[in-house]
Structures are given as C-alpha cells and as structure tokens.
Design a protein around this ligand. Structure first.
Ligand code: GRG
Length: 303
C-alpha cells in the first residue's frame, strides 16, 4: 500500500489559523457571567474549549470560501457545528454509552463534573447550535437560515448522527454485515461532515451542481475520516489521540477494520480520498485546492 502523503505546511497553517479564530468565536459565544446557573456554562466551556482539531469548522470555512462568503458568517456556522459536535462527544462518553474516562487528553466531562452536568451541558450546547444558526447575524436572508437549521437538524437527528450512534450501540451485541457498518458510519460521522461542506454552499447560494460536488466530496472524506479513526483506535497511542485506545475492540464494535482487516481498510481510505479529490474538479481556478489537500491530512493524521 502506498504510504499517505503528509499534509503541506500551507494546509497546516490554514488549519491552525482557522482553529485559533474558531476558538475565539467559541470563547465569545460561551461567555459566562455571574449567573446562578453559571456552573452549567463552566461545564459547557470545559466540554468545548478543551482542545479539538476544529476540522468541521475548517470544512465550513473552506467550503464557504469557494463561493466568496463573508468569513465571519462562515465561522459562526462552523462554531455552531462545533458546539453540536462537542455535545455528541460529551454524551458519547457517558457511562450509558462508551463510558470513557478521557477525551482530548483530559478527564471526560462527567468525570470532571458529574453525569447530570454532562447531560445538561450537552443538551444546552445542542440547543445553542440552532439558536446561533437562526440568528440574523449568521445570514441576513431568512431562507438561508432556515435551510441551515433544517439541514443540520436532519444531519444530526434520528436519520443522522443520533441514528448512527444507536446503530453503534446495537453493533456491540449484534454482528453487522459490511452494508450495515457502512450505513452506521455514514450516519454517525458522515452526515455531519457532509453538512459542514454543504453549509458553505448554502451560505453562498451555490448552484445545484456545485452543491452536489461538495456533498459528494464530503461523503467520501467523511467515510475516510471514520476509517482513519478506527485505525487510530488500533494503531495509535493514548498520547496521540487523547483517549484510551482499543476501545472499539473491547466493546466488540463493528467497524470496517474489524470486518475487512487493517490493510484493506487503509486501501479503502486511500481510494475514498482519491475519489473525494476527483469530485472537486468542477471548481476552477484552484478554488477546491485546499479541500483536495485536506484528504492528505485525513490519511496521514495521528490525532
Ligand atoms: C451521543 C448523540 C450522540 C452521538 C455520538 C460523534 C459520536 C456520536 C460519537 C463519538 C465517537 C466517535 C469515534 C465518533 C466518530 C466521529 C469521530 C471521529 C469523532 C471525533 O471527531 P474528531 O476526531 O474529534 O474531529 P476532535 O476532538 O478533534 O473534535
């Protein structure tokens, strides 16, 4: 198998800059004052501002850039997605789900605080996501705001991330075929990543062909990202990924790696990334180049 290329210094720099800007946006959105319920906001801040690659906001910002969207707006949408993503990680770590003590190299939220705080912080982050998307500051056109809300609700709900999480839990006690594993991963990880890329097209009122190209790219990138996540659970270290490794195997989870083996999973990730890059050919003048380059980061990532 060819070894994955490293991400370029330009991509690393763009990702670092975006992460810092998004962290500032998140810090502002989660400002806490001397309220009686301030402890809830402390827990929310802990769950969101405790590291994280901010890959999903990067996808929103880069997708939006293709269509010349104002970066402030794109960053708001990216930050909103990150709040929702953080909620999913907080709830995923709860004893009723993955029962994980560590997240992003630190104590998971229910370990740092308690289970009630983790449930409520997650709930508040999820609802805040939609408060931000529906705010006029995100886009002046209400149709754009409604579309963002609808598409994200659909990506994150019962036929999206939450449905995927349910399949993930069922997969701990049932044997899944490769088709069901594929569905699980598309719902749990893929749909949110697809929303991120599509959000740029929604904000920029892109034509249907451009919007579909981004959806196709995101589908393949998301599946490759999940594959590398499964591989890191086997081949990574706790220091690198900031959580316990070997969790999937211990929980008897159905993944592509358990179904196909390590080498076949790596080849599949390579193939998906090549396919993802091909979907971006529709964008002229190098407008899709940074997203193309991102596929190398996904293949090479150790975190
Ligand atoms: C509890 C409703 C509910 C959903 C949970 C996202 C999720 C669904 C579970 C997290 C476990 C997991 C491995 C999901 C696959 C998606 C994934 C790779 C999440 C981790 O995303 P990263 O690597 O994390 O972008 P950071 O920490 O960088 O933000």
């Amino acid at each position: 198998m060819p070894s994955p290329r490293q991400a370029s210094p330009e991509l690393q720099q763009a990702m670092n800059e975006c992460r810092e800007q998004v962290n500032r946006t998140l810090d502002n959105l989660l400002a806490v004052e001397d309220w009686a319920e301030a402890s809830l906001f402390e827990a929310m801040r802990y769950g969101v501002l405790n590291g994280g690659k901010r890959l999903r906001p990067f996808l929103v910002v880069q997708g939006a850039k293709i269509f010349g969207v104002d970066e402030y707006r794109a960053r708001r949408v990216g930050a909103a997605v990150e709040l929702l993503h953080s909620y999913s990680l907080i709830h995923d770590d709860l004893p009723a789900m993955d029962n994980a003590d560590m997240r992003r190299g630190k104590a998971s939220l229910h370990k740092k605080y308690d289970e009630a705080a983790a449930i409520l912080a997650g709930d508040a982050l999820l609802t805040m996501t939609f408060e931000i998307l529906s705010d006029r500051e995100t886009h002046e056109d209400p149709r754009v705001r409604v579309e963002l809300v609808k598409e994200l609700a659909s990506a994150a709900g019962g036929h999206g991330m939450v449905g995927g999480q349910m399949l993930d839990l069922i997969g701990e006690r049932e044997e899944f075929d490769i088709g069901t594993i594929s569905r699980l991963q598309r719902l749990k990880t893929g749909k949110l990543i697809m929303f991120c890329c599509e959000a740029g097209a929604i904000l920029g009122k892109a034509n249907p062909a451009h919007r579909q190209a981004l959806r196709n790219y995101a589908h393949d990138l998301g599946m490759a990202f999940q594959l590398t996540d499964d591989l890191l659970d086997i081949e990574g270290s706790t220091e690198e990924i900031g959580k316990d490794v070997g969790q999937d195997e211990r929980a008897g989870k159905a993944t592509f790696v358990s179904a196909m083996g390590i080498e076949a999973a790596k080849m599949r990730a390579e193939m998906l990334c090549a396919q993802a890059r091909a979907h971006l050919k529709i964008f002229d003048g190098g407008r899709g180049d940074i997203l193309k380059e991102l596929t190398n980061y996904v293949l090479a990532r150790r975190v």
